[in-house]
Design a protein around this ligand. Structure first.
Ligand code: ATP
Ligand code: MG
Length: 575
């Protein structure tokens, strides 16, 4: 490609609405332009990076046995009514009407459409397993579109759906996608983690989010410092150190009620009573599927609502309203305690090891001290209910865990029979009996992957693309456009690199050297070949790798083969 006749409109100014570096750099490097909030035109250089990610995805999906198709973007409401999501999806679903006044939506995802296809075409166990995927434009009317391609409204997604006859098959399909995703992000040259995630109410053992590691990531990752364990914050388990009930030799002090006027928070209560927060038990009143439940957590710990939902097999868990708290405890918020409560009580494992602790007294402005488990109240169910903290032991190996930040670029998920049951996608099994198909779904945000790559790989001068997803692998910068020798050399190297299969950009613009250097750095092209009158006098070309401070000088006639080798080395280094 020749820069002068190509279309890479670069900018010096940082766009005022771009909060994060990848968004700023993609606009400045001439990769994207905003049309309206959350919708972008992919300019040629941006599209090149996107197409490269797509090519890697296709190769790995095909290698894993998945089969590409392409479904319509606009979907009929009826399918969504069948699955029940027309009601539940909320305002992220862009709904409209066609000329016949039929309700339709622009697909934010394609479970309904694919399930509809499969229920019409697949009737026998002999037709499975099958995994169908597409790379397609989605629309989600995100409440806060931001960060450029990272959280857009219109974006390109690879979505795949697997169909199996039994659990084992579904697990194999899932494992195949886990492998494929690992290879995809590896081949994109990214540092990433496959993180265990909560499955919510859909069920299945777990799902995995593929997270590109970056300081600026929106997601918190819990990561073991020693083994491969990684989970998102919602899912991360606390290793259950069974401390057992307080032993009999511990002196149980008589429980007493104390005045704590206006003192509600754990910190304030602990300070007021001169104890540490670890000696306080927080009693949280939650509404669990419309019923009040008391949840006990050690004072210095935080509640993980998803864990309560899982422990109780509930659909919906939320903090109870002030009115419910008053009704169930007889006191305003901030004074709840487990003693004498007439509702189910569940507690985090850490409570087992506590004795003579402080709780609310279920009376305004009062707390109780020297409260003890089993003597003063009963717990109906114990479980892991708290949020992990850095330094907690890893649930797998016991080494300390750390927190890292990441960007979710992919998500693999066991759907089970959620859609096949709702939409009657059934098949005849080996025994001739009808059974619902077992499904999985697997997504990758293509644009978000490019943005995440930039978020992870940049410096003060611009993007540092990993070579497999760079818009160009190399760029040639002739410094004196009016010097025939320089231009001849540039054309020769350009032609040879094309012959050798290198994706190269010749910067043939009549611009100052500084402008060319800056744009090459901004766009993050991995290899730069500079041809100047001075170097050429001694027959040399200057070659610089984007992230390295120093240049190399090579004889002009070997420059192209040298660059080709470098390209290969760069690819090999990330395999
Ligand atoms: P998030 O929690 O970030 O909203 P999600 O859980 O809604 O993501 P999925 O439904 O699992 O995402 O979609 C699969 C993939 O599509 C995500 O892993 C992400 O890479 C991408 N994606 C989702 N929403 C967006 C968006 N608004 N803009 C760009 N990419 C997106
Ligand atoms: Mg979302």
């Amino acid at each position: 490609m020749r820069y002068a006749s190509y279309f890479i409109p670069t900018h010096k100014e940082v766009p005022s609405d771009a909060e994060i570096i990848s968004h700023q750099l993609m606009v400045r490097a001439g990769m994207i332009r905003k049309l309206t909030s959350g919708t972008y035109t992919y300019l040629p250089a941006g599209l090149r990076a996107i197409r490269k990610v797509e090519a890697i995805i296709r190769e790995e999906m095909n290698r894993a046995g998945a089969i590409e198709l392409l479904m319509p973007a606009v979907q009929p409401a009826e399918l969504w009514q069948e699955s029940g999501r027309w009601e539940h999806y909320g305002r992220e679903l862009l709904r409209f009407r066609d000329r016949h006044d039929r309700e339709v939506c622009f697909g934010p995802t394609h479970e309904e459409v694919i399930t509809d296809l499969v229920r019409r075409e697949i009737h026998s166990y002999k037709q499975m397993p099958v995994n169908l995927y597409q790379i397609q434009t989605k629309f989600r009317d995100e409440i806060r579109p931001r960060f450029g391609l990272m959280r857009a409204r219109e974006f390109i997604m690879k979505d795949a759906y697997s169909f199996d006859v039994d659990e084992e098959g579904a697990n194999r399909s899932y494992e195949a996608m886990y492998e494929a995703y690992s290879r995809i992000f590896q081949r994109c040259g990214l540092r990433f983690r496959a993180v265990e995630a909560d499955t919510g109410t859909i069920g299945g053992r777990y799902s995995h989010e593929f997270m590109v590691l970056a300081e600026t990531g929106e997601d918190q990752i819990v990561n073991c410092t020693a083994c491969a364990y990684a989970a998102n914050l919602e899912r991360a388990e606390v290793r259950c150190e069974e401390t057992g009930p307080v032993s009999e030799t511990d002196r149980l002090l008589p429980v007493a009620t104390v005045e704590t006027p206006g003192v509600r928070s754990v910190e304030d209560v602990a300070a007021f009573l001169s104890v540490s927060p670890e000696q306080v038990v927080k009693t949280l009143i939650l509404t669990v599927d419309d019923r009040p439940v008391a949840v006990l957590i050690r004072g210095d710990h935080d509640l993980n609502e998803a864990k309560v939902r899982n422990l109780l097999g509930a659909e919906a868990v939320e903090l109870a309203s002030e009115a419910v708290v008053e009704e169930t405890t007889g006191a305003p918020m901030g004074f709840a305690g487990p003693v004498g409560l007439g509702i189910p009580v569940v507690a985090d494992h850490a409570i087992k090891g506590m004795g003579n602790f402080v709780t609310g007294a279920n009376q305004k402005d009062r707390h109780q001290i020297h409260v003890n488990l089993n003597r003063d109240f009963h717990v109906d169910k114990f479980g892991d209910l708290r949020v992990v903290t850095p330094g907690d032991p890893c649930p797998r190996c016991g080494a300390p865990i750390e927190f890292k930040r990441g960007i979710e670029v992919g998500h693999i998920f066991k759907l089970g029979t959620k859609y096949s049951r709702a939409m009657n996608a059934v098949f005849l099994n080996r025994e001739g009996k009808e059974a619902p198909i077992i499904m999985g779904c697997y997504g990758i945000g293509v644009g978000r992957t490019v943005a995440a790559a930039i978020e992870q790989n940049h410096d003060a001068d611009g993007i540092i693309f990993p070579i497999p997803i760079a818009p160009f692998e190399a760029t040639i910068l002739p410094l004196q456009m009016h010097d025939e020798k320089v231009m001849e050399a540039a054309e020769a190297v350009y032609a040879e690199l094309i012959d050798r299969g290198v994706d190269v950009l010749l910067d043939d613009r009549d611009e100052r050297a500084g402008v060319k250097f800056n744009d090459a750095d901004l766009l993050g092209i991995p290899i730069r070949i500079t041809l100047g009158a001075k170097g050429l006098k001694s027959g040399r070309a200057e070659i610089k790798m984007r992230p390295e401070p120093d240049s190399l000088f090579v004889p002009l006639d070997t420059a192209a083969s040298f660059v080709k080798d470098k390209v290969k080395t760069l690819y090999d280094s990330i395999k």
